[in-house]
Design a protein around this ligand. Structure first.
Ligand code: PLP
Length: 287
């Protein structure tokens, strides 16, 4: 899984040209057909570490449409490792999970109540006892090695050309990795799909003070998509021939356009927006 060059697309809109705003979209969605977007970076060092330490299995957690489990199933298969996906909620059989199974992942469904304990030692010890050769990756690949991988997203780019980097946020691992790679005066705009962002906010205050967290749940709670986002995503596809995912990048772009409309961007601001992938998840969204 080698990345040669990352594609950037300059997005042209009257909304931007009127204000001399430059908006470039970094196409992480194009780096791999299955291990799409930021997931590639988050898994890279985790899989390497698992292999080096003699594990033969990768175990992680996610929802039924999880881009993370989807990416893990493929990446594990490529790495010659077994994979186990612990899925939140009742057993279902959607396209995401069918792919996971096809790529050799064994799935276990647990109740939403149990799933809440997914980061707790005692809960995890159940899995370490049952699967001693399984390397456990937290939900969303959100650990030190996941963050370390995301630090590399900007490494081959003239990232200094930009005043602002915009990214959609879930677990926060990608945002943290970016923050560690940015210049102190560069702004990081995190468009969060989650309601509670206190952990991320605290972390940013300690590591990269030039940040803002914009909640996007007004466009539909996590896992849901509102009408505005739906129309925005379709319009964006029509105008630019680029498919966004409903859950993260379409909500982020919708919010970003609003910020610009409201005059919250400076004239001549240069913004790099990450397309973090996740388009596979669109199959689960009813039109
Ligand atoms: C997983 C995902 C995110 C969230 O990344 P975090 O590192 O968990 O914050 C953002 N966008 C897309 C498309 C994703 O699939």
């Amino acid at each position: 899984m080698a990345i040669d060059t990352l594609t950037r697309n300059r997005i042209q809109e009257t909304l931007f040209s009127e204000r001399n705003i430059q908006l470039d979209l970094l196409r992480l969605d194009l780096i791999h057909p299955q291990v799409s977007g930021n997931k590639w970076y988050k898994l890279k060092y985790n899989i390497q570490s698992a292999k080096e330490n003699g594990y033969d299995t990768l175990l992680s957690f996610g929802g039924a449409y999880s881009n993370h489990l989807h990416a893990l199933a493929w990446a594990g298969m490529e790495a010659g490792m077994k994979t186990i996906g612990i899925v939140r909620g009742d057993e279902v059989n959607n396209e995401t999970l069918v792919d996971c199974k096809r790529w050799g992942m064994s799935l276990q469904f647990i109740t939403r109540e149990d799933y809440r304990h997914r980061n707790e030692e005692t809960f995890l010890s159940h899995y370490t006892q049952k699967y001693p050769y399984a390397y456990i990756i937290p939900e969303g690949g959100n650990n030190e090695l996941g963050i370390k991988g995301c630090k590399e997203i900007l490494q081959d780019l003239p990232a200094n050309d930009y005043d602002t980097i915009a990214v959609s946020t879930g677990s926060g691992a990608t945002s943290k990795g970016l923050a560690l790679a940015m210049k102190p005066n560069q702004k990081l705009w995190c468009f969060s799909s989650f309601r509670n962002n206190t952990e991320l906010e605290q972390w940013m205050k300690e590591h990269h003070s030039s940040f803002d967290i914009f909640p996007v749940y007004q466009y539909g709670a996590f896992g849901k998509v509102g009408e505005e986002v739906r129309l925005f995503k379709e319009g964006f596809l029509r105008r630019h021939d680029i498919e966004l995912d409903f859950m993260y990048t379409a909500k982020m772009m919708c919010a970003l356009y609003h910020l610009i409309q409201e005059g919250r961007c400076e004239n001549r601001q240069k913004i790099l927006v990450l397309h973090t992938g996740g388009v596979q998840g669109n199959r689960g969204v009813i039109p």
